[in-house]
Write a protein that binds this ligand. Structure first.
Ligand code: HEC
Length: 126
């Protein structure tokens, strides 16, 4: 990756025709800006591991109450037309509320993992 960045940087510098005495050239600076701005727009819960979230969901039996409320395997609670969660922000607060109800003390990472799983599978917030 670093080598790719360096050679793309060199190409950019040559084509833009700018020279720089700084330790990094203009092309590299542009590239770094591009990379950091795409990171800022990363999907919500980019730090969450959806696979682990899926395991936690089973482990904490998250569906147990949801089944009673909406029937089936309980997943319809996430897709119903009048669903409560309408943004990536209140997904985490709902997870906190539900896990609090069962006395589960989830870590910040676990909440992110659960949110990543539910977002990837149902909500699809960008
Ligand atoms: C003690 C029962 C219970 C447990 C256990 C439970 N939930 Fe819930 N959950 C609810 C109820 C009730 C609602 C719906 C609230 C409403 O409709 O007003 C809900 C709704 C939700 C919603 C919002 C659905 C929507 O409408 O968009 C999410 C997300 C959610 N739960 C996540 C979880 C997760 C993750 C776990 C496991 C850590 C979990 N829940 C465990 C009772 C529970």
């Amino acid at each position: 990756m670093k080598n790719v960045a360096l050679s793309v940087g060199r190409v950019l510098t040559r084509h833009v025709g700018l020279k720089s005495d700084l330790p990094i050239n203009i092309g590299q600076a542009v590239l770094i800006l591009l990379l950091s701005s795409s990171a800022a727009q990363a999907a919500p819960f980019a730090g969450g591991h959806a696979e682990n979230g899926k395991k936690l969901f089973a482990q904490y039996e998250c569906s147990s109450c949801h089944e009673g409320k909406v029937g089936g395997d309980g997943s319809a609670i996430f897709t119903r037309s009048n669903r409560r969660v309408t943004s990536s922000k209140n997904l985490v607060s709902q997870i906190e509320q539900c896990s609090g109800a069962i006395g589960a003390n989830l870590s910040t990472q676990e909440k992110q993992d659960l949110a990543a799983h539910l977002n990837q599978t149902y909500y699809k917030f960008k």
